[in-house]
Design a protein around this ligand. Structure first.
Ligand code: SIN
Length: 284
């Protein structure tokens, strides 16, 4: 198939986060100029909502490689059978205790327990509830910039230990499959403030489900500090709330955002999306 040049439109979705892209068909290969323009829009807007797509799982896998290389998933449980590199988000799964499992409830950034966490996550809406099920994002550049200078001084240079599931986390994650169990006992250090490799901007890098400790600080001081940073970062003024439309492909930058899902729709309504992540570098 010939590569296509698209002259797509970009419309910001809030004053700081998110842009809507129209006029592109991701089932077709894109040329170099389009690829570069899309990647620049991704860095500039941190969330792209690419409207009106109808992609099979393999097409979605192919299309997202415009933005980078596929990150291998930590847990094989949610693989899409016809295309295992793609996972699904579904409200039809249950936790071990029989409770409905809504993946991603509670603000977080993906897989920060990895040495090189995924730079981006992308979802493609396959089936949506009639109401609710928005994805919320908070912009961690804006949150960092708005911190008092004294707090910036205190946290710049601090390192956090990230694990699969922090003992401080209120949200419980599903058990890891046998072949991935080793991940549960591994940990990695990342800076609490990271610099984005493309934009050069500083962003807060916190993750309430994964941070186990701050290096060189007692829990008695570290946990209230992390709680205070979380409360600060999740203010409405730093938020973009994505209302899903049929056909949306949404890709976001994990290096400067946290996100969360909402299970606020009738249990009988199905919400099903394809999901993948893209490889990132070591936070610095
Ligand atoms: C996620 O955390 O990746 C899920 C987001 C969503 O389902 O809205």
């Amino acid at each position: 198939m010939d590569q296509a040049t698209f002259s797509f439109s970009i419309k910001p979705l809030s004053s700081h986060t998110g842009a809507e892209i129209r006029g592109i068909d991701l089932s077709r290969p894109v040329d170099e100029a389009t690829r570069a323009a899309l990647n620049q829009a991704f860095v500039d807007h941190t969330v792209l909502a690419i409207r009106d797509q109808k992609l099979s799982a393999p097409e979605f896998l192919q299309a997202m490689q415009v933005f980078g290389e596929i990150f291998p998933q930590h847990n094989s449980r949610f693989q899409v059978p016809e295309c295992p590199a793609i996972h699904y988000i579904s409200n039809q799964d249950k936790l071990e205790d029989g409770k409905v499992y809504i993946p991603g409830e509670g603000y977080h950034t993906d897989h920060s327990n990895d040495r090189e966490p995924p730079k981006a996550t992308a979802l493609h809406a396959v089936k949506l509830p009639n109401t609710g099920g928005d994805t919320q994002f908070v912009n961690m550049y804006e949150a960092y910039d708005a911190l008092p200078e004294q707090t910036k001084k205190k946290i710049d240079g601090l390192q956090a230990r990230h694990v699969y599931q922090s003992k401080h986390s209120e949200r419980k994650l599903p058990k890891l499959s046998e072949e991935r169990k080793a991940i549960a006992s591994e940990s990695v250090l990342h800076p609490l403030v990271r610099t984005h490799p493309r934009s050069g901007r500083k962003a807060l890098y916190i993750n309430p489900i994964r941070i186990e400790e701050l290096i060189g600080m007692d829990d008695a001081e570290a946990i209230p500090l992390l709680d205070q940073l979380l409360e600060h970062a999740t203010q409405i003024k730093f938020q973009y709330r994505h209302k899903w439309q049929a056909g949306d492909v949404v890709i976001w930058d994990n290096r400067c955002l946290m996100h969360k899902a909402n299970g606020d729709y009738p249990v009988g309504e199905v919400r099903y999306l394809y999901r993948l992540m893209l490889k990132g570098g070591r936070p610095a």
